[in-house]
Structure formats: structure tokens, C-alpha cells
Design a binder for this molecule. Sequence first.
Ligand SMILES: Cc1cc2nc3c(=O)[nH]c(=O)nc-3n(C[C@H](O)[C@H](O)[C@H](O)COP(=O)(O)OP(=O)(O)OC[C@H]3O[C@@H](n4cnc5c(N)ncnc54)[C@H](O)[C@@H]3O)c2cc1C
Ligand SMILES: NC(=O)c1ccc[n+]([C@@H]2O[C@H](COP(=O)([O-])OP(=O)(O)OC[C@H]3O[C@@H](n4cnc5c(N)ncnc54)[C@H](O)[C@@H]3O)[C@@H](O)[C@H]2O)c1
Length: 470
Amino acid sequence: MEHFDMLVIGSGPSGRRAAVQAAKLGKSVLVVDRGRRLGGVSVHTGTIPSKTLRETVLNLSGWRERGFYGRGYRVKQDISSTDLIQRLHKTLDHEVEVLQHQFLRNGVRSAQAGASFIDANRARLTTETGEISDVSFDHAMISVGTRPYRPESVPFDGARVLDSDEVLEIERLPRTLTVIGGGVIGVEYATIFSALDVPVTLVEPRDRILDFVDRELVDDFIHQLRDRGVTVRLGSSVNSIEVRPTGAEVVLADGRTVRSETVLYAAGRVGNTASLGLETVGIEADGRGRIKVDPDTFQTSVPHIYACGDVIGFPSLASTSMEQGRVAACHAFGIALPPPPATFPYGIYAVPEISTVGQSEEEVRKSGVAYECGVARFRETSRGHIMGVDSGFLKLIFSLETRRLLGAHIVGEGATELIHIGQAVINLGGTVDFFVENTFNYPTLAEAYKIAGLDAWNRMGWRREAVPAA
Ligand SMILES: Cc1cc2nc3c(=O)[nH]c(=O)nc-3n(C[C@H](O)[C@H](O)[C@H](O)COP(=O)(O)OP(=O)(O)OC[C@H]3O[C@@H](n4cnc5c(N)ncnc54)[C@H](O)[C@@H]3O)c2cc1C
Ligand SMILES: NC(=O)c1ccc[n+]([C@@H]2O[C@H](COP(=O)([O-])OP(=O)(O)OC[C@H]3O[C@@H](n4cnc5c(N)ncnc54)[C@H](O)[C@@H]3O)[C@@H](O)[C@H]2O)c1
């Protein structure tokens, strides 16, 4: 039986980062993944495909130029699913190639197989064709991720009613689309299809979408969606979904029926823990297949077995999963790391983008801290004029007492890139004076930080002495 210092189960962002980190520390590592190709959900059905699709749609539809040339402007008429899928495959091939090369360079071994625990130091690997081999390990990393939640009551058929994996394989663009679930996945796909001029209805049982995002941003975002024809049905739970010869009917609890050619069901995900044999090692998963870990070290209840990524639940991002994998691998091999900064950015690649870091205005208000906000609208920046941007804004929230930046929130073009300025200032303890006293490149969208800083500063006054020592 072959022995490894670390067995990594799953090759998504957390597994891949843990594997490379362990290898960099001179350890022997085997990564097993039951998928046909390395990369996990992130590369094959999640992050990269959805972002590639978004980029292709924005390019082919001429979306970014419509501020200048009008809503009727198109780069390509009659965009087909083939147009979308071609670029997708090229990007995914490239991602897998880079990952394979990374493993090769670092001496990380990989195998295509499903893994399950035999005991706390051995696992059984089963290939697609049923071949079995066993390996032993000192440490294991459970990075098995999640899959779409598919309740029995939903008539998934791969054609009319799809989950978020199947939506990447559609043979032609739907004439009309209903998206069920106003979480990040639902919102991203609803807006991507809407940018292709597909009439979209977004259904969410709660009375708001993206409830972790600053309310002012979400209100602006919903206003933009409605303005371009997306129907947003909030507070509407779904009673039933029926497949009909020409489409599907979604009956809502309030009695209304939403008819469309295709339904995308995106109401959460479940952890891939059922086949891991967790019971043989005494690790428990919750009703959604998620594993509880020590939040600082990512150890499960069995200390030499770690779990990272979506399988441990919130925040379920590729970005945070990668960090978790690195921290866990360091911990496993005795490298003490400082705790990660509590504040990390969230990027939602809807059309338009939303990105947020730190506390929302609702959270600041709840904490009782006296605060002031500064706002900059992209259409008031010179870069915005040059780009023909007619919407989007940045909102900064500062403590009145310490003058520190507490939160940065952006809706609009470039939000997911721009947010890192806010992240750096928050995590380095910066204040409103950073934005006021520093010169920003001009013309840039980043200049919005300067404008929002000045906007807040005008109301806060210039009590420079209030700045705490760095
Ligand atoms: C549509 C969509 C869009 C997203 N967009 C973003 C985004 O823009 N930004 C962002 O940060 N995050 C995004 N995410 C989230 C991101 O994809 C996940 O957070 C990330 O993939 C989780 O990584 P992971 O390490 O948990 O592994 P995953 O990527 O979930 O991969 C897990 C792997 O484990 C394998 N596996 C499972 N069970 C076994 C077993 N028993 N044996 C062997 N292998 C097994 C699976 O085959 C899979 O390959 C998105 C997700 C979705 C679904
Ligand atoms: N850009 C990004 O970073 C990105 C993109 C996509 C996904 N993700 C990650 O993937 C994870 C899963 O995303 P998600 O959108 O599937 O899940 P989610 O849990 O974020 O959202 C699910 C939504 O569906 C709604 N819902 C729940 N049950 C429902 C029902 N029976 N009928 C109708 N609606 C229902 C919920 O109220 C919620 O708004 C998220 O945690 C997210 O972090 C991240």
C-alpha cells in the first residue's frame, strides 16, 4: 500500500492549494478527484465557466458599449449557445493545463478516483471502471465541495428544468427564462441571460436578494434590473414546477404562475460527503452534507483530518477556499500562521458587478458606532465619461470617532477589481484621510475612492488629530 504525508480528496481551489503548499514543504502528496479532469467545481461547473460565459456575453452583445451607442447596439446579432460554449471550452482546457503543470512542477501526484475512508489513516480509491486500490496517509484533507441542491419535488429534466451545472450545456438559448433562487448563482445567471436579451423572471422567497450585501447597493441593482426588463418577484415562494410541452410553469404560493421556456433552479448546494465513509472515522456531517471544523486550523473532530472549501459551508468562495487550503496544510506540517484577516472581499459577477468588503451600513448602524458615508457615482468620473458608463457607484463608510474605513461597497463596472483598494485600507486600519491626502491616477474608476472620501470628509470635518497612531 502506498503511503503519503497528505491525501487530498478533491482538486478544487482548497484541495489544489493545500496540495501545492504541502509539496512546497517537502511532503509527499496525492490528490484524488473522481471528476474526469482536475479542477473541481471551480474550473468545470462553477467560478470559471460562469465568469467565462459572462465575459463572452458582454463581448458579443456589446454590452459595455451600449452607454454610447444605445440599448439596440450589438457586436454580433443572433448569439448562439455554440458561440458561448466554444470560448468556455478553450478557457477550461487552459485552466486544467495550468493546474496539471503546477502539480507536475511541485511533484504532487494525482489520480482519477473516488475516495472513501477505511479508517483514520487509510482510504480506498475506486476508479470509474471499478478498479480498487488502498492508500495510507498521515494527514488527510477533505476538499470534496458541493453539488446543486435538487429536491425531489423539482422535475429536473436537463432540458426545461435545469440546475446550475446543466445550464452550461444548453443546446440553444432559451426564449424565456425563470430563475428560482436569488442567491449569488441565481442572480449571476439571471443577469447574464438578460444581457443576451432573454426575458428573465427572478423568483426569491425572501423579501430581498443577496441579503449579506449593503441594502442601498441591492436597491440600486434591482432598480437597474427592472429598468432593463428583468422581472424580480420577491417574497414569492414556489409551490410547484410543472413541465409542459413548450416550457415549464412555476406556480407561486401567492397563486401567480410564471411561464417560461426554461427554468433554472438555483436554491443552494449540498456537500459531497455521503460516499466518504465519514462514519468509519467518526466525523459527522450536517443535514446539508457539511462538516464542522475548527475555524482557525480547519481540523475536523479527528485532528489529523482537515476539511476546507465549500464542504465546511460559509463563505463558500473559491477565493476563501484557496486560503483555507493553504492555512490547513501549513498547520498540518507544523507551520504556525497568524490568523487570517477577518475582512475579505465578496465579488458577485452579475451584470453589473457587485463587490463588497467590511461592514454594510445596516451592520454599522446595528453596532451603534457613529458613522458617515461618502458616495461617488461612476458617471461623475472622467473615466466613466470616456467609457460611456451611465450607472454604478462606490459607497464608503467611516467611523466618526476613529475616522477609519469600516466598509466599501461597489455596484458597477470593475467593482470586483476596485474593491481591493477598500480591502487594503480596511485591513491596514486606514482612515478617510488616506483618500483625501493621496493622489489617484486620473482618469480612472479608482478615482471614485478619492471622490467618495472627499464626500465623507466634507461632512466629517478635518479633525486630523483624531487619527490614531499607526
Ligand atoms: C455557478 C458558480 C459560480 C461561482 N462563482 C464564484 C466566483 O465567481 N468566485 C468565487 O470565489 N467562488 C465562486 N463560486 C464558488 C466556488 O466555485 C467554490 O467556492 C469552490 O469551487 C469550492 O472549492 P472546493 O475546494 O470546495 O472544491 P470544489 O471546487 O467544490 O471541488 C470539489 C471536487 O471534489 C471532488 N470530489 C467530491 N467527492 C469526492 C470523492 N469522494 N472522492 C474524490 N473526489 C471527490 C469533486 O469531483 C470535485 O472535483 C461559484 C460556484 C458556482 C457553483
Ligand atoms: N461570485 C461568487 O463569489 C459566487 C458565485 C456563485 C456562487 N457562489 C457560491 O456558491 C454558493 C451557492 O450559491 P447559491 O446561489 O446556490 O446559494 P445561496 O444559498 O447563496 O442562495 C440560494 C437562494 O435560493 C433561495 N431559496 C432557498 N430555497 C428556495 C426554494 N425552495 N425556492 C426558491 N428559492 C429558494 C434562498 O432564499 C437564497 O436566496 C454560495 O454560497 C456562494 O458563495 C459564489
